[in-house]
Ligand binder design. Structure first.
Ligand code: PGA
Length: 249
């Protein structure tokens, strides 16, 4: 496999600072020499400092699951991307489907958050994906286009960002998309990226997310347009996270 792969762990609202330290210390011990591949951990906001302490001298990168579009001010309960950067974080997850559906995040919010993160020098990992109704109604391609166009509109094409395609119906359900569905969606996303950004569109990593497990990682990572995974449930256990990484490379 010649591609550079990115393995991102989205812990959602799981683990406390002690568990974060223990997991990451073991990960550092057990992760094989990954050479050109990358690992990015998204712990809950309250565990970012713990992650920062354990990972500061390592190759493993980390980020926040959500940051507000302003860096300080009267925004009770929000997390500042500036603080994430000050702590040594490098990524911000933006527009995860749980943020969009449970916290009413719109395409416009996603775009503002991604832009702010990018302006600070952080790498936005922008999540897009259709829900079951949209897929069954034949609207997947249009939904992906609308989400992507909105998120990319304010971004600088010269600064890095990552796209994570996560069909909503496959997240946390155990119902992984078939290789054909993933291949088709990633192909559409790639075409759109090239259209929106002719110079860099071919280089932007597109990850797949949604019930990635050790038993499906190999077949999905073999797809030409899959450049890694955004992993939820299976990234909470070190053995399954390492198995996914190991099987994919
Ligand atoms: P899952 O979650 O791997 O548990 O389906 C993926 C995600 O929400 O990013």
């Amino acid at each position: 496999m010649k591609k550079n792969l990115l393995f991102a762990a989205n812990w959602k609202m799981h683990k406390n600072p002690k568990e974060t330290r223990e997991f990451l210390a073991q990960l550092l011990e057990r992760l094989p020499d990954f050479k050109r591949h990358q690992v990015v951990i998204f712990p809950p906001a309250a565990c970012l400092e713990a992650a920062s302490q354990v990972l500061s001298q390592s190759e493993i990168r980390w980020g926040c699951q959500n940051c507000y579009s302003k860096n300080s001010g009267a925004f009770t309960g929000e997390t500042s991307a500036q603080v994430v950067k000050d702590l040594g974080g490098q990524f911000v997850l933006v527009g995860h489907s749980e943020r969009r559906t449970l916290f009413a995040e719109t395409d416009a919010h996603v775009a503002e958050k991604a832009k702010n993160a990018q302006e600070l020098g952080l790498i936005p990992m922008i999540c897009i994906g259709e829900n079951l109704q949209q897929r069954e109604g034949g609207h997947t391609q249009n939904i992906l286009r609308a989400q992507l166009e909105a998120a990319l509109a304010p971004l600088s094409p010269a600064q890095p960002f990552v796209i994570a395609y996560e069909p909503v119906w496959a997240i946390g359900t155990g119902k992984v998309a078939t290789v054909e569905q993933v291949q088709q969606a990633h192909h559409w996303v790639r075409q759109l990226l090239v259209k929106l950004n002719p110079e860099k569109g071919l280089d932007i990593p597109i990850l797949y997310g949604g019930s990635v497990k050790p038993d499906n990682a190999k077949s999905l990572s073999a797809l030409p347009e899959v450049f890694g995974f955004l992993i939820g449930g299976a990234a909470l256990e070190l053995d399954s996270f390492l198995a996914i990484c190991g099987d994919s490379i």
